[in-house]
Design a protein around this ligand. Structure first.
Ligand code: M6R
Length: 364
């Protein structure tokens, strides 16, 4: 049942404001405004390193969470794709906690990575959507994302629910490690709890996003740029676009632009910039100017302050709701998904069943 939408992917994108509240309700104690103590199965004060392993979209959720665990909890993080991790056989220790993130819980490489890590690390956690999956069964601690069945091959609502879950875990780790006090924990929980409402405001920009998507639909290559936690989101946005529209897209850290990818820029290569007005915004503006000077067409996703400062010269500007930088990668996920969705739908592609892809990759 597509609930009135043309595709499951559209339905699942629009479900995010609702579905993300399920993970929040599970991990946040509404009475105290703190992360629930049931989540305290690991004492992160006794953990020296967090190892985050996943494939595809789950990996980008991990790459965003790395910024949170490092910044909020001051916990060193190693983040890898499962297919590399399992064969690299990295050294692990009893003071590592390993977290395996998988929507299906059946991804072969992620399960093999878990089996490699389990005998060596202190804790094996999984962040899964399917609670009765193999990855869940083989982990000591299962953190459900509660996103409900995801049908579209392109992962959308699982991604934002993975982020909410990992965000809550980062706050818990910060508390246990003494990196934040109770007031700060409450403040961070309040910000995380704003994600569903902000997602809904972001989704309300659908008409402008659809117009921007038509700009992309005629391109052969598209670049996505972001800084900080929006850098992995740029890679996730590019993955969404290539999966369902078959347009070649790559995500880069904005600061890497002049180290190579700018050579690709001309008037035929749209550049999608994910840039709320944060501490690094001025740097992003100068990256955008470098693109525009070479005839590149900018599609800018920013907030009202960012649009005021930097809209000039951009081909398209989509004004996102104001939000705290902590949740920006969750809020900006929705437009990245919708951009890919509308481009693919405009091109008449099979959005829910893209060619060559399976929902669950159970062979390597
Ligand atoms: O079920 P999993 O989360 O383990 O799946 C991992 C990837 O196969 C998956 O995220 C894939 O990249 C999606 N098609 C992305 O949209």
């Amino acid at each position: 049942d597509k609930a009135g939408h043309r595709h499951f992917m559209a339905k699942e994108i629009h479900e995010q404001p609702t579905v993300s509240t399920y993970a929040l309700a599970h991990y946040v104690d509404a009475a105290t405004g703190l992360i629930r103590s049931e989540a305290e199965a690991v004492d992160f004060a006794q953990v020296d390193r967090l190892v985050l392993v996943a494939c595809g979209t789950g990996h980008y959720a991990c790459a965003i969470a790395k910024y949170w665990f490092e910044r909020i909890a001051r916990l060193p993080v190693e983040c890898d794709i499962a297919s590399e991790f399992r064969y690299r056989e990295p050294p692990l220790s009893g003071r590592d906690a390993a977290v395996f993130v998988s929507q299906s819980g059946e991804t072969a490489d992620t399960l093999a990575a878990l089996r490699y890590a389990a005998p060596h690390v202190g804790h094996v956690l999984s962040v899964v959507n399917v609670a009765e999956s193999s990855i869940a069964r083989e982990s000591q601690i299962v953190l459900p994302i509660l996103a409900g069945p995801e049908i579209g091959v392109a992962s959308t609502k699982a991604f934002t629910s993975q982020l909410v879950t990992l965000g809550a875990l980062a706050i818990l780790a910060a508390r246990q490690r003494g990196a934040i006090d109770e007031d700060e924990e409450r403040r961070l929980v309040r910000i995380l709890s704003e994600a569903p409402r902000k997602l809904s405001e972001a989704i309300a920009c659908a008409p402008e996003i659809e117009a921007a998507a038509i700009t992309l639909a005629e391109a052969r290559d598209v670049l996505y740029l972001g800084r900080g936690p929006l850098f992995p989101l740029a890679m996730e946005g590019a993955l969404k676009l290539k999966e369902i529209s078959y347009i070649h897209a790559e995500g880069y850290a904005s600061g890497e632009l002049k180290h190579g990818p700018i050579a690709l820029v001309d008037s035929s290569v749209p550049v999608v910039v994910l840039a709320p007005r944060d501490g690094l915004f001025e740097k992003t503006i100068s990256n955008m100017q470098e693109v525009m000077a070479r005839g590149g067409r900018i599609v800018l996703f920013t907030d009202a302050a960012g649009a005021e400062a930097a809209a000039e010269g951009a081909a398209r500007v989509v004004v996102m709701p104001d939000c705290d930088p902590f949740i920006a990668p969750i809020v900006y996920a929705a437009p990245a998904q919708l951009l890919a969705y509308y481009a693919a739908a405009f091109l008449g592609k099979d959005v829910d069943q893209p060619r060559n892809l399976a929902k669950s990759v159970t062979v390597e």
